[in-house]
Write a protein that binds this ligand. Structure first.
Ligand SMILES: [Zn+2]
Length: 234
């Protein structure tokens, strides 16, 4: 049980484990392979430069999986927490699916991008909603400017999104709760070390993360079972 005081700001970081409980494979665990390709070979700027058709095939497959998935009890509980404490909740996710939004969360910071958005590789046009699949014989989509359109995803070797607002929120939160993250992907893995001198820190997930010793307390078990009863509001 985590007590949330009346003035407390709550930073929640969700990772692949939360989506995995809804049936979305992580692709990072268990060898991280897709069709025998190492995941870096389909999710990096180098892969995009070398074989954009293959990259879009991979993300088209992931779009189909994400569209078929439904939020679980952890997503629902976090949406309910937002409805109770409003802007005192900062929900940051490493996940690229839209399960938090499907559950009703309205303010979600997707630090690794969004599977159901596309952007231009060349111009500054805003990323836009797009759930289409681009697999042969469908050609790689093009922007009006002529540039290739790419998935709005933070690939290996790219800088995560919204880091300014994430670090600003880490500076002022009273509670930090990581849920279903492996604790190895930077910079998210270091968030707990950054806040623990000042904030209460908790972890929720079936397996202890690599950085578990940095947390004040770990709740071991499925997020869908633990998160719905996790918070007590003062
Ligand atoms: Zn463009």
């Amino acid at each position: 049980m985590i007590r949330v005081g009346k003035q407390n700001r709550v930073f929640i970081l969700t990772g692949a484990g939360v989506s995995a409980e809804s049936g979305i494979p992580t692709f990072r665990g268990a060898g991280g392979l897709w069709r025998n390709y190492r995941i870096e070979a389909v999710a990096s700027p180098e892969a995009w430069a070398r074989d954009p058709v293959l990259v879009w095939e991979f993300y088209s497959m992931r779009r189909k999986m994400a569209k078929a998935a439904r939020p679980n009890a952890a997503h629902v509980a976090l949406a309910e927490l937002e409805s109770k404490i409003g802007e005192r909740l900062f929900l940051c996710t490493q996940n690229v699916d839209n399960l938090h939004e499907q559950a009703g969360s309205t303010h979600v910071t997707h630090m690794h991008g969004e599977l159901l958005k596309t952007r231009c590789e060349r111009c500054l046009r805003e990323p836009f909603a797009d759930d289409a699949c681009y697999e042969p014989p469908v050609a790689i989509p093009r922007c009006e400017c002529g540039g290739k359109l790419r998935p709005h995803i933070c690939w290996f070797g790219e800088v995560p999104f919204k880091l300014d607002s994430i670090f600003a929120e880490l500076e002022r939160c009273a509670l930090f709760v990581a849920i279903g993250t492996s604790g190895v992907v930077e910079p998210a893995a270091s968030f707990v070390a950054q806040v623990r001198a000042r904030a209460r820190t908790y972890y929720v997930g079936p397996e202890l993360p690599a950085n578990h010793s940095a947390f004040e307390e770990c709740f071991q078990g499925e997020a869908g079972k633990i998160v719905p009863d996790l918070f007590r509001l003062d």
